[in-house]
Design a protein around this ligand. Structure first.
Ligand code: KQY
Length: 366
């Protein structure tokens, strides 16, 4: 594996494909830490297994597990899912597995962004994060793919979405947050995204989902479903703080065009009713340092937008909410050639994310 320091993907003719383009497979990481996953992660691991199986019905899945969970992962996951022992600090493959880029010859390379647990010592969510930060490089080595070294730029995979045709979507609240790249201006951040993702237009939504502890990742509020089309997390409840947030994002999207000059078609994806954590669930979480990780009644960042697009399937969250069915029908209508599979993911939501956050696609390659 070569570590590329002197050129960028755009210079070398590589671009980030959209998630709805063909995949080679998917990477996941087995959950373990007891301050993220309640009651030692037993329930979360069951949900991860269900998700891995749902994706593996459509494309190959590799699950990384730390030494302490390797035997358990191998026992819980079916034979056709590859399990490799690899240490990490937690289980957010979207955020620190490599972002893959591809050229016209069908070759792929990874990008190794800097990772600092969503804000480092400013407002990061745990310390240390050194093992997470090594994952992109280790995974490129495992796959035999060269990797771009961009560790001097802090970025999580969940904070970008691309349409594969020159457009990238991000949120201002996340990419301009003080804990990531405070020394860079918005224009300088745009320049890095253009060079590394090989895009020509950046859409800056103002906000993410209310109380999303990632500083509002794009992948929880808005996602491309096709070139020129997005789903936006939506509520009609004027009493919900999310109401103004979703409207501000809609107003922004309606006033913008993508890299090809197309007006965006925005599909509203209903949100579940606010989901809050119970006292019993909080009691099942270890403290992080001296701090409790969550307080009873805290609102969790539940959103159906946090789905994964596999080759022949959409794997989406369910919350046991009346809106589960409507959200599933909307996604089925938008992805008529893929089977939509819904999985109850409260135990992942308690950890701070959902299906998209725990998966990373590897584009098809030659
Ligand atoms: O991408 C994400 N949603 C990760 C959130 C991390 C939460 C750590 N408890």
């Amino acid at each position: 594996m070569k570590i590329i320091k002197d050129t960028t993907p755009a210079e070398d003719g590589f671009r980030m494909p959209a998630e709805y383009e063909r995949h080679h497979g998917c990477i996941m990481i087995f959950p373990e830490r007891a301050d993220s996953w309640q009651y030692g992660g037993y329930a979360a691991r069951k949900a991860f297994v269900q998700i891995a199986e749902a994706i593996a019905a459509s494309e190959s899945v590799t699950v990384c597990a730390g030494a302490g969970q390797y035997d358990n992962a191998r026992a819980l996951l079916p034979d056709h899912i590859r399990v490799v022992e690899m240490s990490s600090n937690d289980a957010w493959a979207r955020d620190y597995a490599p972002t893959f880029v591809k050229n016209d010859q069908g070759q792929i390379r990874g990008i190794d962004w800097g990772f600092n647990a969503w804000g480092g010592l400013v407002d990061g969510l745990y310390f240390p994060w050194d093992k997470d930060n090594q994952m992109a490089r280790k995974l490129c080595d495992l796959l035999g793919k060269d990797v771009y070294d961009k560790r001097d730029f802090i970025l999580e995979g969940g904070s970008i979405h691309v349409d594969g045709e020159g457009t990238c979507m991000v949120t201002e609240c996340c990419l301009l947050s003080k804990g990531r790249n405070p020394h860079l201006s918005r224009e300088e951040i745009e320049r890095v995204l253009r060079q590394y993702l090989n895009v020509s237009k950046i859409l800056w939504l103002p906000f993410g989902i209310y109380n999303d502890e990632t500083n509002g990742h794009i992948d929880n509020i808005c996602a491309f479903t096709a070139p020129g089309e997005v789903v936006l997390a939506w509520t009609e409840d004027e009493g919900d703080v999310q109401y103004a947030i979703s409207r501000a994002c809609l107003a922004y999207l309606e006033g913008e065009a993508d890299a090809k000059g197309r007006k965006l078609k925005v599909h509203k994806l209903p949100l579940p009713k606010p989901v809050t954590i119970t006292e019993e669930e909080c009691m099942g979480l270890d403290a992080c340092g001296d701090e409790p990780t969550r307080r009873p009644g805290e609102r969790l960042a539940a959103s159906y937008v946090n789905f994964y697009i596999a080759n022949d399937r959409i794997v989406m969250p369910g919350f046991g909410d009346p809106a589960d069915r409507e959200a599933k029908e909307i996604l089925q209508g938008l992805f008529p050639d893929r089977e939509v599979v819904q999985i109850y993911t409260r135990d992942i939501l308690i950890g701070g994310g959902n299906i998209h956050c725990i998966t990373q696609q590897i584009p098809d390659f030659y």
